[in-house]
Design a protein around this ligand. Structure first.
Ligand code: NAP
Length: 334
């Protein structure tokens, strides 16, 4: 292991908040029992919030952000991991209360790690990252949970909001792969062709879902993935057909949800919250194994922007303004 390595360090001193790429030493890493040579990390919406001001998620400074990463085990005091193992880390509040992946080396609790499936590369696992992992959770809930677990009717027409984002775009792709007709909701009309190229059958503007929602609107969707919350989610709930599952994971538009009981008691609509952060290791391993079958990396790789650690600092403000599309991955080998 190198004595000195690069990391992005956040610091807060009174009103001043700083983000700097620094050279640090191994003893700077203070949590966990497995040291990983990080190859890739992701830039997620939550990372952008943390990069801005800690987002009240970071409790101690200096801090290393980065809520997901993939890499190779360098040293381990955990029974399940040995040097050379290729691993994936998402969630568990790494990058928030524990140091994260914006560092060439990371030290984490081995209980948080998933062994990378053979069919995926370390790069592909971060092309997915937290966003892809969450999209798989959302899409399988919307489609498979309703059809197989709840023995419901076929899920055909589905809607995905925040469709150009990380979770949204991968949900569009996965639901299309699962045989659904996907309507993608985006605020960016210019992304319509891109969304169709990754599997959307039709594309509508977010504005169409920001009116005050009626308690029950015309039923249009057998299921939904919502990444934005607020009025968009309110409208999706009132447009969901009998027994449909609305998998809700995000709040890029609003944390508020002003709805009525009508979709739930008249149509049996299910609002299914998705939490990728503390999903069990068993569930994680299952979902990562599904990735190979459900994600078309050849298509996804075309829309991925690979950046280095320095570039993160310029890009995160654009993500917070909703000006970015698709997923950014950070190559820590650079
Ligand atoms: N629950 C969990 O475990 C979990 C896990 C991962 C992510 N999340 C959450 O899921 C959400 C999406 O994450 P992400 O990584 O996909 O983020 P992202 O890549 O930044 O994408 C978010 C998308 O939301 C849309 N959007 C942004 N601002 C909006 C607004 N004011 N009104 C309506 N739409 C807006 C944009 O889509 P268009 O450009 O297409 O309009 C944007 O591309 C975030 O809230 C994130 O925190 C939750």
């Amino acid at each position: 292991m190198s004595d000195q390595f690069k990391a992005l360090i956040l610091n807060q001193d009174g009103e001043s908040f700083t983000r700097e790429i620094k050279s640090i030493e191994k003893n700077f890493l203070k949590h966990g029992d497995v040291t990983v040579k990080v190859e890739y990390s992701g830039l997620n919406y939550k990372d952008a919030l943390i990069l801005k001001n800690g987002a009240r998620l970071v409790k101690e400074f200096p801090h290393i952000p980065g809520i997901d990463f993939s890499g190779v085990v360098e040293e381990s005091n955990h029974d399940n991991f040995k040097p050379g193992d290729e691993i994936i880390l998402t969630g568990w509040r790494v990058g928030e209360i524990y140091f994260g992946g914006y560092s060439q080396y990371a030290k984490v609790n081995g209980d948080f790690l998933v062994k990378k499936p053979k069919g995926l590369s370390l790069k592909q696992s971060m092309i997915m990252g937290t966003a892809g992992f969450t999209a798989l959770q959302c899409s399988l809930t919307t489609k498979t949970t309703r059809e197989e677990l709840l023995l419901g009717q076929k899920v055909q027409n589905v809607i995905v909001s925040g469709a150009s984002g990380g979770v949204g775009s991968i949900s569009v792709m996965v639901l299309n792969k699962l045989g659904c007709d996907v309507t993608a909701v985006t605020g960016k009309d210019s992304n319509a062709d891109y969304l169709k190229s990754i599997g959307a059958k039709s594309v509508i503007n977010t504005k169409e879902l920001t009116k005050d929602a009626r308690p029950l609107d015309k039923g249009l969707w057998d299921g939904a993935v919502d990444t934005v919350g607020g009025k968009v989610l309110e409208n999706i709930l009132s447009q969901t057909k009998d027994g449909g599952i609305v998998a809700a994971c995000g709040n890029t538009a609003d944390i508020k949800l002003n709805t009525t009981v009508m979709p739930f008691i008249i149509r049996g609509v299910k609002l299914w919250g998705i939490n990728s952060v503390t999903a069990s290791i068993k569930r994680r391993q299952f979902l990562w194994n599904e990735a190979e079958k459900l994600i078309d990396f050849e298509i996804l790789e075309k829309s991925i922007k690979e950046i280095n650690l320095d570039e993160v600092i310029n890009i995160y403000p654009k993500m917070l303004k909703g000006e970015t599309s698709g997923r950014y991955i950070i190559n820590l080998k650079k």
